[in-house]
Write a protein that binds this ligand. Structure first.
Ligand code: PAF
Length: 287
């Protein structure tokens, strides 16, 4: 596996790869890799001739009081994991390479960016959309893989690809991969490593309460009642606050007061200590 840090080196390396097989899959990451990321890589390997992974802790998607400085950086360890999974090329630009002096463009996807995490983290999805569009243009992949763990992020990226008629990748080649979970159900996340042992044990209450709420909504319990029970359970387990606990339309992410016939998603963001965890689950629509 080759690691490249400049755009010029990236272009040369991509041209070499394409000689040995035409299809390229991109797995964009911010590093601090875990089994969830490696699952994306495995899916990508199964579907393309070459996998390009990127590692870039994108300052534009962190708010002023967020964890940009604390975000784990472990390039050598991550590179070894990617190499072991058969990644051909690691694109690991510096901030100056990604955003040279004079960089002024912002990609903003309205609607789907606005509620949920967009409400709690103003500007976050502009930062995500801007860097992802740059990564798409830099690598020009045939397909790109993202975790469903960041469900709203996936919806934002798909909306951008559709609205801007992206060709590489086409919106239909933006592939969402189901969330990987720890044995107790906690969604894998690079931020889980911020949790103390006590918080880590308590954090399993989040997927547990969500599974119960998803099942009870699917069985006909009133949505507001099910969400209130979920919130009470999560707070009782030791979470300090809940940013949101919402049932939403799976495509538009518009909040739903009741389950209909369209696919629905339960989405939650909650804080435990100073760590903000997010998770989401499908809720079976009424047949
Ligand atoms: O999901 C992530 O790790 C990031 O938001 C992404 C998509 C790599 C953009 O920085």
């Amino acid at each position: 596996m080759q690691t490249v840090k400049t755009l010029q080196m990236l272009r040369t390396a991509l041209a070499q790869l394409r000689v040995n097989g035409p299809t390229i899959a991109l797995v964009p990451t911010m590093g601090a890799l875990h089994e969830g990321h490696l699952t994306l890589v495995r899916r990508a390997r199964a579907e393309a001739d070459h996998v390009v992974a990127s590692i870039f802790v994108n300052p534009k998607q962190f708010g002023a009081n967020e964890d940009l400085d604390a975000y784990p950086r472990q390039l050598a360890e991550d590179a070894a994991m990617l190499e072991a999974e058969g990644v051909a090329l690691l694109w690991a630009p510096t901030v100056a390479e990604m955003y040279p002096a004079g960089f002024v463009t912002n990609i903003s996807v309205a609607g789907v960016s606005e509620g949920l995490c967009g409400g709690a983290r103003p500007g976050h999805f502009d930062g995500v959309a801007t860097v992802v569009l740059k990564l798409f243009n830099q690598v020009a992949p045939d397909m790109a893989f993202f975790g469903e763990k960041d469900f709203q992020q996936l919806a934002v990226i798909r909306a951008m690809a559709r609205d801007l008629d992206l060709a590489r990748p086409h919106v239909d080649a933006i592939i969402g991969v189901p969330t990987m979970r720890e044995a107790d159900g906690l969604a894998m996340s690079s931020r889980n490593r911020y949790l103390s042992a006590g918080q880590r044990a308590a954090a399993a209450a989040l997927p547990r309460a969500m599974t119960a709420a998803a099942e009870s909504i699917a069985c006909g319990t009133d949505v507001a009642e099910a969400l209130a029970a979920l919130e009470a359970e999560v707070l009782a387990a030791g979470f300090g606050s809940i940013d949101y606990a919402t049932l939403a339309d799976s495509r538009s992410l518009a909040p739903l007061g009741a389950l209909g016939t369209e696919p629905a998603r339960l989405l939650v963001a909650a804080r435990i200590g100073s760590t903000r965890l997010i998770d989401n689950m499908a809720v079976d629509a009424i047949a």
